[in-house]
Design a protein around this ligand. Structure first.
Ligand code: FE2
Ligand code: FE2
Length: 400
């Protein structure tokens, strides 16, 4: 099976993974093993679903890399958040359903720890119809994955805890799930504005961290609440909100570096990445390779270097199952992720430069990390060479 962008779906293609219903993701809009009706494409686009898994006889081995249980765990998190957030929006006296959040984060975390999916796969939840909720679930999932790579660092950074508690990521998951809850207080006209926000609107938007903190501080542990307050602060001190002086009540400079709690530093990078790779009212979703390259170019100094290193070893610029075009004109599918050389994964050729289908892709496997003369040049028709070059340059700089 392979990932096919929804605008490239053709008659006769068979779905390999079901597509969940947005309002109840435990049920499905499209069932697996059935032909995909093309009239559903506009609906998929509207839901922010960029690609779907389609059967491909010679690539069925990818099936074993994509554990359906991961999707189930993610959808469980999504469902709990959705139900509770919607009740809260309708009725402001409804309380946070922390018990259910903790339960679903616990089962997602246990699943990720069991390691069956390994490092090669990163499967974000699709946007469904509610950005705030899918974004919250995705930031939680990405942060858990990155946090799991940072065991020793967390023990160092959270010295005031026992080693076992310091690397307990349930708190990280909970804070990430609720990190943007304060946006419920931001007027929808600002939240959904397609253009750039003016200064007044931006100031209102920025208040979501303080609003959110007030909403959660008495309901969840302090370390989780601090993620809600601090996730827009930056390593170089360029973020918000500033520190409040308790004597005068005025806002001072925002904290920087290690003064920002480590869980918030993890949430920050997961937050930026998910926003860039999701469809928003003002921008299309970016391919992972583009989002990662732009984050490295534009956000230099903004992320904790240790967290950033773990992040780039977690999130593949070319996800498994993605179809890419190589510099020799061949179309190939990505079959592995090499964290040491992320822009040069292992691929299998599926179409020749002349567009002929290759009968046995497994015989045409290329490890791009060993082939300096071939590289990935485009994904879904978009020229990705500048992003590959940017990531490669930084990878080499890190090794030097
Ligand atoms: Fe936020
Ligand atoms: Fe966010």
């Amino acid at each position: 099976m392979l990932r096919v962008p929804v605008h490239k779906l053709q008659p006769g293609m068979i779905l390999a993974r079901p597509v969940p219903l947005p309002d109840d993701p435990r049920r499905f809009l499209l069932q697996r093993d059935r032909e995909i009706p093309l009239d559903v494409v506009p609906r998929l686009k509207q839901l922010g679903i960029m690609d779907v898994w389609v059967r491909h006889r010679e690539l069925e081995f990818l099936e074993y890399l994509v554990d359906p249980e991961l999707g189930e765990r993610q959808r469980e998190v999504y469902s709990h958040v959705r139900r509770n957030f919607e009740q809260m929006i309708r009725n402001s006296s409804v309380e946070l359903d922390v018990v259910h959040f903790e339960e679903s984060i616990g089962s997602l975390f246990e699943f990720l720890k069991s390691g069956s999916t390994g490092d090669v796969l990163l499967q974000k939840l699709d946007a469904f119809d509610n950005y705030l909720i899918s974004h919250s679930a995705n930031v939680c999932y990405l942060a858990l994955l990155v946090g799991m790579k940072l065991d020793r660092y967390l023990i160092e950074e959270r010295r005031f805890k026992s080693a076992k508690d310091a690397k307990d990521l349930h708190i990280l998951g909970l804070g990430c799930l609720l990190h943007d809850i304060g946006k419920m207080h931001v007027p929808p006209a600002i939240l959904n504005k397609p253009g750039k926000l003016d200064d007044v609107e931006m100031a209102e938007m920025r208040r979501h961290t303080n609003h959110g903190y007030e909403m959660v501080r008495s309901a969840i542990p302090a370390a989780a609440a601090s993620i809600v307050l601090n996730h827009h602060q930056r390593w170089d001190g360029s973020g918000y909100p500033g520190r409040i002086d308790h004597h005068t009540g005025t806002e001072g400079a925002p904290p920087a570096g290690r003064k920002i709690p480590v869980f918030a530093r993890i949430a920050t990078i997961a937050d930026v990445y998910d926003a860039a790779t999701s469809r928003r009212c003002y921008s299309e979703a970016k391919h992972p390779v583009r989002a990662l390259a732009e984050m490295r170019n534009w956000s230099r100094g903004q992320f904790d270097p240790d967290v950033e290193a773990a992040f780039y070893r977690t999130v593949p610029p070319f996800p498994v199952g993605q179809v890419v075009t190589l510099s020799n004109g061949v179309d190939a599918v990505v079959v592995d992720f090499n964290p040491d050389y992320a822009v040069r994964p292992k691929v299998q050729s599926i179409r020749t430069a002349r567009g002929q289908r290759i009968a046995n892709p497994s015989l045409e496997e290329i490890d791009l990390s060993f082939c300096d003369d071939i590289e990935i040049v485009s994904v879904d028709g978009e020229d990705v060479r500048p992003y590959v070059a940017a990531l490669e340059e930084l990878e080499f700089a890190a090794l030097a």
